[in-house]
Design a protein around this ligand. Structure first.
Ligand code: HEM
Length: 402
């Protein structure tokens, strides 16, 4: 982590990597909603943070004034060279219309309900094996030894990468999503081995095609032309990044909640049919994903003097806590009847992997509570949360109760 001046006022100088924001962003967002719905900072070269559902929704749906050419706030700015328009480094998430639609349509079938449902038995078996492997001494690190290991195994298999490389993926994802406050040159250097690994995988798939998403992308065509290799590479990186930390964080946050709220845990144990509804409330209340946009040109927007290339930190998790949209927004209601949360985003970039994410979250929780129907936090002080745009517990010691 770099030495940064402390934040004095989150309305005028926010930093989403500040320890206070990392440990409890909700209090900050509530305060912002009341006195300044769009916060600003000069950090990261200039950024805005709308804290209301209306602000997040307006920007997420506005692909004219805002671009997705880069979706992770950091010190640098994209150039035409490293972000070939209209593809962007990681299509479709970094693509703008009209190319976005083409890039998105290409990968949708890989995440259809039928494909996802077929994966369920194997994810359930994986969860059971992970639970068998946890060395049980009364305390389990449910983030590192359980939640963390479920999503990479699915993504690895989808992309057709060797099993022994799973740890490598996890490190790669961290590099992209968590080291956002490091200097740009350092981030590029850290990324080099990941780039080399993906290039080797692409070459291997070119020589030995097989039934997986990497081979599919290599054979796919747009307008009768094979995809540019940068497109294949970028989509592979996107699926890796989008599919791992996100779901890991969602599973971890749900277990964290259940460890601190025994009445909710007991309800899930005694009323298993509640799980799909509970999953939606976990997603609303602990939404793990915040994405970014860049401002296309100087303008006044939501009453703010935005400048070209200012970042927008698009807080879907903050929108989910807006009391003007959700009744008792700051309360976790395990059987919340109406729940139109935006954990998976809004507008054209809405999550492609939502079926998969929901299924992984549900199965991971079901298997965990089947094995351990009673647990609590072993040490609240030892719980740590990820820094950056994906939020979830990274160290989660749970004491299993008998
Ligand atoms: C709980 C887990 C997850 C959450 C909360 C989540 C959330 C999101 C959000 C908020 C967006 C919109 C980004 C934006 O507007 O810029 C998004 C996009 C996306 N997600 Fe997820 N995601 C999750 C899991 C997954 C999984 C498992 C995959 C698949 C491997 C996935 C693949 C994608 C892709 C490909 C996009 C880009 C879609 C586009 O640009 O059209 N996500 N996700």
């Amino acid at each position: 982590m770099t030495d940064k001046p402390p934040v004095l006022d989150f309305a005028t100088d926010f930093d989403h990597t500040d320890p206070e924001w990392v440990s409890d962003p909700y209090t900050i967002w509530e305060d912002l909603r009341q006195r300044c719905p769009v916060a600003h900072t000069d950090r990261y070269g200039g950024a805005w943070f709308p804290a209301t559902h209306a602000g997040v929704s307006a920007i997420a749906k506005d692909t004219v004034n805002f671009t997705s050419r880069d979706v992770i706030v950091h010190e640098g700015r994209p150039t035409e060279e490293d972000l070939p328009s209209p593809i962007g480094v990681a299509p479709p998430i970094t693509s703008d219309p009209p190319f976005h639609k083409v890039a998105r349509r290409l990968i949708l079938p890989a995440f259809s309900p039928a494909v996802v449902n077929a994966l369920e038995p194997q994810i359930r078996a994986l969860c059971a094996t992970l639970l068998d492997d946890i060395i049980f001494e009364g305390v389990v690190n449910a983030s590192m030894d359980y939640a963390r290991l479920i999503p990479p195994s699915v993504i690895r298999q989808m992309l057709g990468f060797p099993e022994e490389d799973t740890e490598m993926f996890i490190k790669a994802v961290h590099l992209i999503t968590e080291n956002v406050d490091r200097p740009q040159e350092e981030r590029i250097e850290l990324f080099e081995p990941v780039e080399a690994y993906f290039t080797r995988q692409i070459e291997d798939h070119q020589e030995n095609p097989r039934d997986d998403l990497t081979t599919f992308l290599l054979n796919a065509e747009i307008g009768g032309e094979k995809l540019a290799l940068e497109h294949v590479f970028g989509t592979m990186i996107l699926i890796l990044v989008a599919g791992i930390d996100t779901t890991w964080s969602a599973i971890g946050a749900a277990l964290w909640h259940l460890a601190r709220n025994p009445e909710d845990l007991a309800r899930l144990v005694n009323e298993p049919e509640l799980m799909p509804v509970a999953v939606e409330e976990f997603l609303r209340y602990y939404a793990p994903v915040t994405m970014a946009r860049l401002v296309n040109a100087d303008m006044e927007y939501l009453g703010c003097p935005m400048k070209e290339y200012d970042w927008i930190l698009l807080g879907f998790p903050a929108a989910n806590r807006d009391p003007t949209v959700f009744k008792d927004a700051d309360k976790f209601i395990i059987d919340r009847a109406e729940n139109r949360h935006v954990a998976f985003g809004l507008g054209i970039h809405r999550c492609v992997g939502s079926n998969l994410a929901r299924m992984e979250l549900q199965v991971a929780l079901e298997e965990f509570i089947k094995r351990y129907p009673r647990f609590e936090l072993a040490n609240e002080d030892n719980v740590t949360w990820a820094q950056g745009q994906i939020r979830g517990p990274r160290n989660l010691p749970l004491r299993i109760l008998r």
